[in-house]
Write a protein that binds this ligand. Structure first.
Ligand code: SAH
Length: 230
């Protein structure tokens, strides 16, 4: 007689199926497009994106609304941006500024990799919701602050990395000033309101070099060093 392992017949719980959705997202959207950094891929497997963006398509290959007319980029763009901003000495303990908290998802990924994150959001309601989601998901060390992030957040400077997740016409001067002089990296979409180029700036001393990564579409950075409010 052969023994068969009996498996209980039950539907997977929401969390189990979310875990599977994340595995698939990482394999199909990130690894297959050439992203290989294991630390980054693990963070994408760990952070519950569905708790930040409330949509049936939380793990889909697309941008999604996050409230107040704002959107979060598709996972691949979030990953590209995060990979480009990685400090030479790694994320662990690195001080990082995010401009544009939105849902809090990007901030959670950075915190998952061990960064010390300050995230600035101009909409107070979005900031409050994001802070609540971050705490509920176990990322209560992320500091969410309300303000015009186009001016940066001088209190936490210098930053090893600055990620601007909204698009501006040019790199805001205060952000360059708040970037570490020792290889600090800033990633931001630069261009018109409707379409931009994801740009990486690296600072060494008083020198800053920049490189264009990908064409992208982000919501506008509204503020003193961004676009004017409509
Ligand atoms: N990184 C977010 C998505 C950001 S969407 C996430 O992971 O979900 C862009 C965000 O930038 C929006 O929430 C918008 O309100 C915010 N924003 C636009 N201009 C800003 C400014 N000057 N300072 C801070 N936040 C700004």
């Amino acid at each position: 007689m052969r023994w068969r392992r009996l498996r209980p017949h039950r539907a997977p719980t929401g969390e189990e199926s979310a875990t599977r959705d994340r595995e698939r997202m990482v394999a199909e959207q990130l690894e297959s497009r050439g992203l290989r950094d294991e630390e980054l891929l693990s963070a994408f497997r760990a952070v519950p994106r569905h708790r930040f963006v409330e949509s049936d398509e939380a793990y889909g290959d697309r941008a999604l609304p996050v409230g107040s007319g704002q959107t979060i980029s598709q996972p691949y763009v979030v990953a590209r941006m995060t990979a480009a901003a990685r400090p030479t000495s790694g994320w662990l303990g690195a001080s990082v500024l995010e401009v544009g908290t939105g849902s809090g998802y990007q901030a959670a990924l950075l915190a998952e990799m061990g960064a010390e994150v300050i995230s600035v959001e101009r909409h107070p309601e979005l900031a409050a919701d994001a802070a609540a989601r971050l705490s509920a998901a176990g990322y209560s060390d992320v500091q969410v602050v309300v303000g015009d992030g186009s001016r940066g957040w001088p209190a936490g400077a210098p930053y090893a990395a600055i990620l601007v997740t909204a698009a501006g016409p040019s790199i805001p001067e205060p952000l360059l000033q708040q970037l570490s002089t020792d290889g600090g990296r800033l990633v931001m979409p630069i261009g018109a309101r409707e379409h931009q180029l994801l740009t990486l700036v690296e600072r060494h001393g008083s020198d800053a070099t920049s490189r264009v990564l990908d064409p992208v579409v982000f919501v506008p950075l509204i503020g003193e060093f961004g676009f004017p409010a409509e």
